[in-house]
Design a protein around this ligand. Structure first.
Ligand code: ADP
Length: 444
């Protein structure tokens, strides 16, 4: 097992990784920008290294500075968290080249899954159903029009190198598609440094359901059931739950097994998530995330398994500590992503936290790096806190979540707490009847 892990991230996920390491008796090294000198992940870590100025490109995206920090501090592994360099195959490669361990999959698998066209092909070849779409990349407007003719409108134009819900364009007619393709291509080049685009059938009422897997280096693969992340704004998740409302045991077992078989065939190792759109009783793969996800705690709450711990063990060459038959769905869990944003306009709201009170009691977990007096910097993602609640049933979970939200106090900045309070009172949410387009209409 590793003695010292460098955490190449900030905010709540840096704390989450720190906690898993300390629980395992591993010491931690925090890296930080000059804007984060007073951040909680820096305060709690055993050692800290300042890696650059506030701008992420000069600090949290600065691979040479991070790897140098690992070498200087004597860390033996680097955990990338999510975002920043977590899905950068070159970063993983550089780490291994310096005889350090990357806590994640191989650079090769990051690279295959990081390109959505190659990811779709890889999983399809391994037996996973994908969203109907163009056969690989769309090179020209004519190419796209011909593919859309086959698929049927509406279609969605997506960037192969895309992420973060950005760069997708919907076309209801050939005329709209003709206009969308050149714009999507040039935007993809600017935003993702890769102008490859492709088409998919635009599904009208799907749910977003994803399957968490863990795979070790000995070929064992397990799935930890699914999460429903359909409540999205601008293709970004806002509230997630596990298990997915309305999914039967048989469907859960079927998609879980398909994912495990495919992952084994591909030879992937470490934690990963296969994301699907689910409509009319069918699953359609959209992408695979090769890292720990923001919403992983809902899975931890229903399965009682520490996913970060398992990912560290796997990277250290250990076997997964349990078998598929030991994985149970125990009750229900919901996570609210609370952002430092205005609850109606969603304008980011950095600034000083005047008071901070965390809810408690049975089944309540708060993953956050906030504290009273902390200055939320304006340079990074607006995620401020994740409130995760568990109950023996979905009904109990919702009721407990209402109670927990009423106890939560974050004063001094705007937050999206009022949005979550409205969601947990809403009849559709209570009934579990919503799809990926529901929230856009709700906040419109
Ligand atoms: P990103 O990597 O940018 O997050 P994804 O491919 O994971 O992009 O898609 C993000 C979200 O966009 C999905 O959860 C879904 O809400 C929406 N989306 C993606 N593909 C489709 C599609 N074919 N039809 C309808 N909605 C889609």
């Amino acid at each position: 097992m590793f003695d010292k892990v460098l955490i190449a991230n900030r905010g709540e996920i840096a704390l989450r990784i720190h906690r898993a390491c300390k629980d395992m008796g591993i010491s931690t090294v925090a890296v930080h920008s000059t804007a984060d000198s007073n951040a909680m992940h820096v305060r709690l870590a055993d050692e800290t290294v300042c890696i650059g100025p506030p701008a992420a490109v000069q600090s949290y995206l600065n691979a040479p500075a991070i790897i140098s920090a690992a070498i200087v501090s004597g860390a033996d592994a680097i955990h990338p968290g999510y975002g920043f360099l977590s899905e950068n195959s070159q970063f993983a490669q550089m780490i291994e080249a310096h005889n350090l361990a990357f806590i994640g999959p191989s650079a090769e698998h990051i690279s295959i899954m990081g390109d959505k066209v190659s990811a779709k092909k890889a999983v399809q070849d391994a037996g996973i159903p994908v969203v109907p779409g163009s056969d690989g990349a769309v090179e020209s407007v004519e190419d796209g029009l011909a593919a859309a003719q086959q698929i049927g409108y509406p279609v969605i134009v997506k960037a192969s190198g895309g992420g973060g819900g950005k760069g997708m364009k919907i076309a209801y007619t050939a005329e709209e598609l003709r206009a969308a393709i050149p714009i999507a291509k040039s935007e993809a080049a600017v935003n993702f440094g890769n102008d490859v685009i492709y088409l998919e059938k635009y599904l009208q009422k799907p749910r977003h359901i994803e399957v968490q897997i863990l795979a070790d280096k000995f070929g064992s693969v397990v799935h930890l059931n699914e999460r429903d992340c359909s409540l999205q704004r601008k293709h970004q998740k806002v509230l997630e739950e596990a298990p997915a409302p309305g999914l039967s045991e048989a469907e859960r077992a079927r998609i879980g097994k398909l994912c495990c078989d495919a992952v084994a065939k591909i030879g992937y190792h470490n934690a990963g998530t296969l994301e699907f759109l689910y409509e009319g009783g069918e699953f359609y793969f959209i992408e695979m995330n090769t890292r720990i996800q923001v919403e992983h705690p809902v899975t931890e709450m229903i399965c009682g398994i520490d996913l970060v711990r398992e990912s560290i063990r796997i990277a250290a060459g250990e076997a997964i500590s349990f078998k598929q038959k030991n994985v149970r769905v125990n009750g229900h869990a919901i996570e609210c992503r609370i952002c430092a944003e205005h609850p109606e306009t969603f304008v980011p709201s950095p600034g000083q936290i005047k008071s901070f009170h965390v809810p408690g009691g049975i089944g309540v977990r708060m993953d956050s790096a906030l504290y009273a007096g902390y200055d939320v910097p304006p340079y990074y993602d607006s995620l401020a806190a994740k409130l995760i609640v568990h109950g023996s049933t979905r009904e109990e979970c919702l009721s407990r979540l209402r109670r927990a939200l009423s106890e939560l106090v974050i004063d001094g900045i705007d937050t999206t707490i009022p949005l979550h309070q409205a969601l947990v009172e809403n009849a559709d949410i209570i009934a579990g009847e919503y799809d990926i387009h529901w929230l856009e209409k709700f906040v419109a």
